[in-house]
Design a protein around this ligand. Structure first.
Ligand SMILES: C[S@@+](CC[C@H](N)C(=O)[O-])C[C@H]1O[C@@H](n2cnc3c(N)ncnc32)[C@H](O)[C@@H]1O
Length: 289
């Protein structure tokens, strides 16, 4: 692809592949971005993500009135503690999620928590915009009834913008309508007036969930087990095998002996770690209890 050829800063706008561009992203800039996000978040950005990278980071360059990615990146690299790293990372994450995504996991979770004695604690480790931890909280309420008030869902993500949306707990009604009607009535409030077309998670559900920023690559995790279940779904696919293995190794001591580890639909942990064994479709338990 030659759509990111460097052109003079003063060359004005240029078009390629039907997209009008006014900022300069060279091959070297793209390689540098891939390296930086890998080191920061473990994310392996595929070669075909150039368009995505351009459009998402272009907003950051425009915010600063910078026209060349190289200048933005140099500024970033010169300040390892700059707040901009957060915006850079947030821009490059993929937050695709849904309520009760991979629906077969939730009856399994319900069965599992029925058998637990003490207050249940669950960690949702890539919580994105909240649909997943709220689905877990709804399952807790459906399964435990009033006792769910003692349960806790710790929901973490590296993306602080996604976490803000998650904390707000407001979703387009269209998205919520895909859920079972009983759940919609029980767990959501429909917006009226200026909020028409939106639905808000009821406090009964949101009070069970605590949202925290957490980078799975960070040397310290601000969460404390032992957990009855850990959800790590549709995030490992963005990491290389070595990173996946390191993370799985760190999950194990945070889990109760019979705890469940939930993976995403295209993720297989059996090949990566001998700490876990397959218990059901993309669900694992500790190999040594
Ligand atoms: C595709 S979403 C999956 C959301 C949800 N688990 C699901 O399956 O529907 C991946 C999430 O992982 C988060 N993420 C990416 N890198 C991360 C890291 N190093 N540590 C923690 N979360 C990360 C992203 O911000 C994003 O919200």
């Amino acid at each position: 692809m030659t759509d990111h050829r460097e052109r003079g800063v003063d060359a004005g706008q240029w078009t390629s592949g039907g997209i009008e561009r006014d900022l300069v992203l060279t091959d070297a800039d793209f390689a540098r971005i891939r390296e930086l996000i890998y080191l920061r978040a473990g994310i392996v950005l595929a070669e075909h993500k150039r368009e995505m990278v351009y459009s998402r980071l272009a907003k950051r360059l425009r915010h600063y009135g910078i026209t060349r990615f190289t200048d933005y990146l140099t500024r970033l690299e010169r300040q390892p503690d700059a707040k901009e790293w957060e915006a850079f990372t947030n821009a490059l994450t993929t937050n695709l999620t849904a309520f009760f995504r991979e629906a077969h996991h939730f009856p399994l979770l319900a069965e599992h928590i029925k058998q637990q004695q003490t207050p249940v604690t669950i960690w949702c480790s890539a919580a994105s915009t909240g649909e997943e931890p709220y689905s877990i909280a709804m399952t807790l309420l459906e399964t435990l009834g009033p006792k769910a008030a003692q349960a806790k869902v710790i929901a973490t993500d590296i993306d602080t913008d996604a976490l803000s949306k998650a904390r707000a707990g407001i979703y387009p009604l269209e998205q919520v309508r895909k859920l079972d009607e009983v759940r919609v009535k029980r767990f959501f409030q429909k917006g009226t007036g200026g909020h028409a077309g939106l639905a808000r998670i009821r406090p009964e559900v949101s009070s069970l969930v605590e949202f925290l920023p957490l980078n799975l690559l960070a040397p310290q995790w601000p969460v404390k087990g032992p957990f009855d279940a850990v959800f790590c779904r549709n995030i490992m696919i963005y990491f290389d095998k070595d990173t996946q293995a390191k993370i799985l190794k760190r999950f194990a001591p945070l889990m109760k002996p019979d705890a469940l580890l939930f993976a995403g639909h295209s993720e297989n942990f059996s090949y990566i770690s001998d700490a876990f064994k397959l218990r059901g479709q993309t669900v694992y338990t500790l190999a040594k209890r």
